[in-house]
Ligand binder design. Sequence first.
Ligand SMILES: Cc1cc2nc3c(=O)[nH]c(=O)nc-3n(C[C@H](O)[C@H](O)[C@H](O)COP(=O)(O)OP(=O)(O)OC[C@H]3O[C@@H](n4cnc5c(N)ncnc54)[C@H](O)[C@@H]3O)c2cc1C
Ligand code: FES
Length: 256
Amino acid sequence: MTDAQAAILAIRPLAQGYAVLTLDAPVLAAEARPGQFVHVRIPTLEPSRLRRPFSIYSADPATGRLEILYKVVGLGTRHLAALPVGTSLAVLGPVGRPFPLDPAGTPFLVGGGYGVAPLWFLASRLPRKGVLFVGGRTAADILETDRFREAGWEVRVATQDGTLGERGLVTAPLDAALAARPQAELYACGPDGMLRAVGERAIAAGLRAWLSLDKHMVCGVGACLACVQKIRGEGGERLARVCVDGPVFEAREIVW
Ligand SMILES: Cc1cc2nc3c(=O)[nH]c(=O)nc-3n(C[C@H](O)[C@H](O)[C@H](O)COP(=O)(O)OP(=O)(O)OC[C@H]3O[C@@H](n4cnc5c(N)ncnc54)[C@H](O)[C@@H]3O)c2cc1C
Ligand code: FES
């Protein structure tokens, strides 16, 4: 893990409030694994303000470029969105336990909104292609699906208002696919409700599901215990730190 200065090389706005930042971060790009995140200091916030965690969306060791995909939700991300190309950010990372890259069966990736960020990095490093299930409230929450399609992934979309793909929750196309092709390994990133639903399906089907949790973080390096999650392991139940023991956990580990 390093704490390096990384210049913003490019900003690519997506649908409402979402954007992709390209950073010049050679050490991070070389070390990053899918599912890990970076903890970013936003220079126009007061020094006492916390860093903000963002999943690594892509990392290319050859160019030294690393991307994050973010959504403006509050003060920090509003400040991030106002920074021009050339700004230098203090970026700590890569942090956390990555997704494993040895799927037993077809990889089924499940996400929505910015949850698609670690899934794209994962898709680019998995040894085989599979299916992306992507859900959201409306069409604007469905991001970057062409990137997956162009890379040979099958994409199934569901929106709650029916503006893109089928109307309803992402679990509907997932259920249909699980029934048709039971030998799969699941990977998901998104809100807790979605993660829990994906995990329950995997457990019921006897499959593994790797879930990336999204918890409020303070230090991002395991020292403050702001991000704890109850998990079960060989020694019984315990509190794990999502920043360094996660953010990726297997569904059976999580005590909801
Ligand atoms: C491991 C990890 C990976 C993440 N990856 C991404 C990513 O790839 N792209 C992205 O856009 N965001 C990501 N996030 C969430 C991101 O860190 C928060 O959205 C950001 O910190 C909000 O900062 P803010 O100052 O704009 O909002 P704040 O003013 O701090 O909060 C605004 C609103 O967002 C809520 N909020 C803040 N942090 C979180 C959080 N972690 N989870 C859920 N709600 C939150 C607050 O409760 C509040 O309602 C990730 C979070 C974690 C823990
Ligand atoms: S954020 Fe401090 S321990 Fe995880």
